[in-house]
Design a protein around this ligand. Structure first.
Ligand SMILES: Nc1ncnc2c1ncn2[C@@H]1O[C@H](COP(=O)(O)OP(=O)(O)OP(=O)(O)O)[C@@H](O)[C@H]1O
Ligand SMILES: [Mg+2]
Length: 364
């Protein structure tokens, strides 16, 4: 199968937080990730595995960290060498963001309509002035003219993300909306700059299950309509199964396995991924309790990680070679595993077994 063009390419991403009086925190050690056009790509892993740090590294939002990569490109532009000013126009216009905590992400003293209209003005061509004085006047004195293109677009976006009576609700402040509605506002705001990519970091974790399902379905539909690709960070494998085309599984700062969602769910090959999937009863993919609960034990301290595979102290099949640097093996063109066991002498060829069982369906 041929993959659609990559929008975002990341090779060997490493992020370290220097600490004055102790060892540095090696939050991310080795992440390769490719976001293809038109896809929703899930980034999963238990708490502390480095998902949010990876997202913030893409957007250069980590002032206090050392970020290195052999490649970090968006539409072939090297993000690592962009100035802060250039990155400001990437954020919002090219790459939209949705965070988990909408109350702190939204401005409490601006109406939601104003906040979206401002993004529309700054990142699309409405012809309205975006000078500091004009924006301050709108913010503190007049508000955005309700007949302007940016306000009309703001109301249209609120309507599209499912806010009822959008033209009235646009005049409300974040605290006047429910948690689910605020997440919808964040989606509208992320779409307002007409981006190619949206990075959504746990966008529905704080919501109840039915609201979460509605919002994810909405996000998926909107991305199809707006032709946006999504990097969806989540703890929840049920969300991945429902929403994502492709998935990358992280553990303790490194990618362990990645591939098409169907392949990962039908042929989990890394012991860590197998543990994650076994934590979902009968692979029941729409579970109310599908938070990641994995193999017993906990992840190593990122200030003092053992050599080799970071999972080896918890891994049921660890052996001597696991203290060597992690290898990368391609099971198929679309399924990669980083595990020493894969290359171990085996009585059966996993790759051919994989081919034979390609047809197995994931139970729903
Ligand atoms: N500013 C910082 N300074 C030092 N360490 C940090 C900083 N930000 C994150 N870390 C560390 O980096 C590691 C990865 O954190 P990150 O927030 O990316 O995890 P995560 O996978 O997003 O977890 P969660 O699912 O809980 O959101 C953690 O050990 C965390 O403590
Ligand atoms: Mg996080």
């Amino acid at each position: 199968m041929t993959n659609p063009d990559p929008l975002l390419e990341m090779r060997n991403l490493a992020v370290t937080f220097p600490v004055d009086d102790g060892p540095d925190v090696r939050a991310v050690e080795s992440v390769d990730l490719t976001l293809h056009e038109g896809e929703v790509h899930g980034l999963v892993g238990e708490s502390g595995s480095g998902k949010s740090v990876t997202a913030r590294a893409i957007l250069q939002l980590l002032d206090d960290a050392r970020v290195t990569a052999s490649e970090l490109t968006f539409e072939s532009v090297n993000l690592l060498t962009q100035s802060e000013e250039e990155m400001r126009s990437v954020r919002g216009a090219e790459i939209g963001m949705i965070f988990q905590d909408s109350l702190s992400a939204l401005n409490p003293v601006m109406t939601v309509g104003e906040q979206i209209a401002e993004v529309v003005r700054h990142h699309t061509n409405t012809g309205e002035s975006t000078g500091t004085l004009s924006e301050l006047r709108r913010k503190y004195v007049t508000g955005t003219d309700e007949t302007s293109a940016s306000w009309e677009r703001s109301v249209e976006l609120l309507d599209m993300v499912g806010i009822p009576d959008a033209s009235t609700r646009a005049n409300e402040y974040p605290h006047q909306l429910s948690g689910g509605q605020r997440q919808r506002v964040m989606i509208a705001q992320a779409l307002a700059g007409d981006p190619s990519i949206i990075i959504a970091d746990e966008p529905t974790t704080a919501l109840d299950v039915t609201v979460e399902a509605d919002i994810l379905a909405e996000l998926r539909d909107l991305c199809d309509d707006f032709d946006v690709s999504v990097l969806l960070i989540t703890h929840d494998l049920g969300v991945v199964a429902e929403t994502c085309d492709r998935v990358t599984v992280m553990y303790s700062g490194s990618v362990m396995e990645k591939g098409l969602t169907d392949s990962i769910f039908t042929h989990p090959s890394h012991p860590y991924t197998e543990g994650l999937l076994q934590s979902i009863p009968e692979y029941s993919l729409i579970s109310n309790d599908s938070e990641l609960q994995t193999t017993p034990g906990s992840a190593p301290d990122p200030r003092d990680r053992p050599n080799g595979c970071p999972f080896r102290d918890r891994c049921p099949i660890a052996f001597d070679a696991c203290s060597e640097p992690l290898p990368t093996h391609s099971i198929t063109d679309d399924h990669i595993i980083r595990c020493h066991d894969y290359a171990r002498d085996r009585t059966e060829d996993v790759s051919s077994k994989y081919q034979e069982t390609q047809e197995i369906e994931v139970s729903e």
